[in-house]
Design a protein around this ligand. Sequence first.
Ligand SMILES: Nc1nc2c(ncn2[C@@H]2O[C@H](COP(=O)(O)OP(=O)(O)OP(=O)(O)O)[C@@H](O)[C@H]2O)c(=O)[nH]1
Length: 660
Amino acid sequence: MRRFAFLLTSAALLLALLAMVQAVTRLAPAHALVQPLLIACVAVAQLLLMLRWRLIGQVLAAVVMTVLAVILLSYMLPEHWISLRAWNRLSDWLAPELGLEAWRPALLVTLTLSLQATGILTHARAALGGPLLLGSAAMLLAIQLGEHYAPDDMHLLRYAGDLNHQSMLWLLLGGQLLGALSHWRPSDLTLRRSLWPSLVLASLTLLFWHQQKSATDRTLHAEVQAEGQALAEQLTRDIDAHLDAMERFANIWTLFDQLPGRLDWANQAAPYHRDFRYILNIAFVDPDSRILRVHPPNGLNQRALGARLYDAQPAGRAAVSQALEHQRAGRTEVIELLQGEPGIIHYLPIVVGAERRTLGAVAMAMSLPRLAETLFESVDVRQARFTLQTGGQVLARRGPDALLGPWQYTTQLDIADRPLTLTMQPSQASLLARQTRYPTVSLIVGLTLAILLYLVLYTYGTLERQHRRVHVANSDLRREIRTRTQLQREVEWLARHDELTQLPNRRLFMETLGAHADSRPLSVLICDIDHFKRINDHHGHLVGDRFLNRLGQIGQAAVEPHEGLFSRYGGEEFVACLPGVPLEEAEAIAEVIRRRLEQADLHHHDGSALTVSIGVVTLVAGPLDVAVLMQAADDALYRAKHEGRNRVRTARPLDLSAPS
Ligand SMILES: Nc1nc2c(ncn2[C@@H]2O[C@H](COP(=O)(O)OP(=O)(O)OP(=O)(O)O)[C@@H](O)[C@H]2O)c(=O)[nH]1
C-alpha cells in the first residue's frame, strides 16, 4: 500500500515537473508555471511525509497553504474591500500586464490543493478530519471532470483546471488516500458516523455553489447582453437622428428653384459636416449626376467637381438614379469611397415646383470607419472590446486585445438601412469586478462547516467511546469489588466458623471468651460425643457428620437463650461459653444438651443411643486464665468419661483471684 502511495505521488510530481519544463522550453509566460509549481510542492511535501521527513514536509505544505490562502482571499473578498485593481497591482509586481486572473489557479484547483495541503499538515489523521479533507478533494475533482466533459458556456471564469492539471491532482489524491488508509480503521464506527454526515454537508455545499454560480453567471451574462442591446439601440437612434437632420438639409434647397450658390452651399453644409464627422463630404449633384457643389472644399473634393457620377462611380449608379430619376432617397451598398475608405453614399433628391421637377440631389458620403469612431466615443472601451463590421469586413475595433471575458455579445445596427454588426466582448477585469462573490464565499464557508461538523462528531464519538469504556471498566470494577467483598466475608466467616456444622469455631470461641474476660460468673462447657469413633467405623463418616451436626443444633438451641456461644472446638468436641451464667445454670444447660442428644434418636450400630459427656466449669472470681479455665473443664469432662460417659460433671467453681 505504502509503495503504491509513493508511486502515485511520484507520478504526480513527475507530471508537474514535465509541465513546468514544457512551459519553460516553449517560453510560455511565467504564470503558466504557477499551477504545476504548486502541485509539485504539495507532491514533494507528501513524499517527504512518506519518507518520514515529516517536519520539512509540513513546513513546505504550510508555505503552499499560505499562498493558496491568499488566492482564496482574492476569490472571496468583495470588490469594495480589495478592488481588482489592487489585486492587479500585486500581479503587476510579479509580471506586468498579466492581471490577477492569469496568475491565480482556477477556484476549484485552489480549493482541491488547499484540502490536500491541509491533509498533509494534519498528517491525514482521522481525528483531525483527514478522511473528510480527502473525500471533499475527491468531490471537487469529480466536479472539475464533469466541467471538462459538460462545460457551461455561461461561465464567467475558469472554475476548473485543465485535464492535465486534473490528472496530477487525481494522482496526488490517490497517493494521499493510499498513504492514509492504513491509519484509518474502516470498521471504526466513530469515523463512519462522523464522515457520512459531513460528506453529505460538503456535497450539498458543492451542489448549492454550482446552482448559485450558474445563476449569478447567467444574471451577469444577461446584464451585459442588456447593456449591449441598449447601447446598440442608442447608437441606432443617434444615427437616425443624424439622417433626419440631413433630410432637413436637403429640404432647404427645395425652397429655392435654382442651383445652390457656392457660398450658400458652403454655409449650409459646414455645420452638418462639423457635427457629423463621419460625413466626408456633402455634395450637390445635378440631374445629370454631375457634382456641382461640394463641401468641404479640400483638394480631393475639388478634383471631384464636375465629375459625372453615372460614369465615375458605377457602384453607386443605382442609388444616384433612384434619387435623380425616381425622386426617392437612394443609398449605395458599402463601397470604396473616393477617400479610399469603405462607406455609404446617401442621395436625397431635391424636388422643386408644383410640377415636381428634379433640381438635383444632395449626396453625402459617410465613412463607416469614422462612423464607428463616432459611435465608440460614447462607450467605455476599457470595459469591453467593441468591433463594428459589415459583411465580414471589420470597420473598426476598440478596447483591449487580451484578457477578455469568455464570451461576446453580437447585435445588429441598422444604419441607413445598411446592417452593421456590433460585437461586444467584455473584458475579464470588468466581469471580475462585477462578479458576485457570495457563491464562492458560501462554498468555502460550507466546506469549512463540513470539516467542523466532522471534528465535532468525531470528538463526540471518541469521547462517547471512552465514556463507554470507562463505564464498562467501572461496572467490572464494581462487580469485582462485590465478589471480593463476598469472598472476604466468606473467608472471614470461615476463619471463625466450622464449615460442617456452621457453628462458631474454636477461634471465635476464644475471642468470645476473651471479650467476656470480665464477666463473672463465666461458665464453660466441654462436650465430647461418646464412642464417636464407632459411629464412623460402622456407619461411615457421612453419618458421623450428620450426628455431629445434630449435636451442634441441640447445643446451640440450649445455649443461645442464655446469650451464650455454642461452638465446635475440633473433631467431635464442642464447647460453650456462657458469660454471666452461674455454675448451677451451666450444669442445667449441660444436662439439657446431654438429655436431648440421648433422646435424639441417634443410634450406634448396636442400637444404643448416641450420648455425650460434658465437663462444666465456672470462673467465679479473679482474672481470666483461659488455659486454667479450659483445663478445669477438660478435667471435668475427663471425669464424666471416666465415670461411665453420658453424664455431666462440674469442676469446682474457679476462683483465680487468690494465688493457688
Ligand atoms: N465423621 C466425622 N468424624 C470425626 C470428625 N472429627 C473427628 N472425627 C472422628 O471422631 C473420632 C474421635 O474418636 P476418639 O477420640 O478415639 O474417641 P471416641 O471414639 O469418641 O471415644 P471417647 O471419646 O473415648 O468416648 C475419630 O474417629 C475421628 O476420626 C468429623 O468431622 N467427622
